[in-house]
Design a protein around this ligand. Sequence first.
Ligand SMILES: *Cc1c(COP(=O)(O)O)cnc(C)c1O
Length: 463
Amino acid sequence: MSAMIRYYSTNRNLSHVSGLTPFRGTVSFREALLMGQAPDEGLFMPDAIPSLSMGEIMALKGKPYVEAAFLVAGSFLAGEIGLDKLRWIVEDAYNFDVPLERVTEGGGKYIMRLDQGPTASFKDFAARMMARLMSMVRDPEKRLNVLVATSGDTGSAVGEAFKGVPGIDVTILYPRGEVSGRQKKQLDTIGQNVRAISVDGKFDDCQDLVKQAFADPSLNNLNLTSANSINFGRILPQTIYYVYAYSQLAVGGEEIIFSVPSGNFGNALGCEYARRMGLPVKTLVMPTNENDEFPRFLETGDYDKVSPSRACLSNAMNVGHPSNLARFFDLFGGTVDRNGLVHRYPDREEMKRHIYSVSITDAETKKTIKRIYETYGVLLEPHGAVGWRGLEDYLEKRGDFPLCVSLETAHPAKFPNEINELLDIDPKLPQSMKDVDAREGEPVFLDADDDTFRTYLRRHLSG
Ligand SMILES: *Cc1c(COP(=O)(O)O)cnc(C)c1O
């Protein structure tokens, strides 16, 4: 068996940063998964990237999504997780469709709809696989307690993903006044091993409560862990659908362009890893909304985070300093810390050979939703529209290309008001969301106070 992949920290090369001791070691996948982030607050990176041959990729043509998941995840996890266990994980996680919808007649322009999972966002792909991986690698003698602070969508994707997963309990904190009615219902009613806490405070308060709990040694016996978006266990599953899309659409060997509407850059990072595994990606298009720190960096060479982040229609992408930028910088030879301070700039020319980025305004986003629906009868929501408009912008500037896939990351029914206002139609709810309307459940109500939260954890969780 080949040597197992080890995981290092993006902060390993830092020197003299106050309060930080760079972590220069490496950990196994299992450790990276359970730790979430490195001890120096850096992000874990694989020290080797497995490769896939064109033959292996094209053998997936016509096969179900789980076969792509098994191939890609298996190549990363060889030696860490038994293949029979991995097969169970991918079959249990991916029990929904991944539609590839042709947009233009003739011409290979496609939308990949990643919105058919239980919470109708692409985050289901990563969360469902990570939950099952965690269940597999945890210490079987102890319960694992996942804490998540959410401003809405991530919490329900994570909660649904862990629902019924043996040996793990999930506690979700959300800001009482800042989630929509539908989000609240989705969070409060997951049930089983998942508990929602409605916090009398803001999203930042929820995050602080979780951080304080992790930092409190007296809670060590509760075996707390996080499931946030910087966990490498959430990146790995996001490499799979690029390989899947290529295998279904390509003849084999030709290049493809992907457009990925980007916020924290975890989704786009999956595409960059897929390219490094051998997928012939000509260009990774990474459109952002009006939080334009990354396209400005590619253009000017200076990185300045947007702070505070701008509130746009594509609200899951309202990020002024993407957490996974540290991983992109690292892959191209640079270092940026969690505060957005650049310690070493990456090779920007090399980045620009593979990556294109553009900022799409809310006005353009709305126009795109309307135009694509009226021209092609294809319904997009704000995130997918940013992706599509970014692809168009790239093709206008660099010339047309025969095979392009733009990702739709949420279901249009999650944005009923915007869609109705623009198109005068009511998007049909997917079954998973209809089921939510009929569910019952109450959250726990807590003040945004550390002691109250810790007392709650001690009373209600067991390690
Ligand atoms: C989270 C999210 C994004 C952004 O994905 P990143 O991996 O953070 O770049 C885009 N669209 C939707 C619907 C999301 O929920």
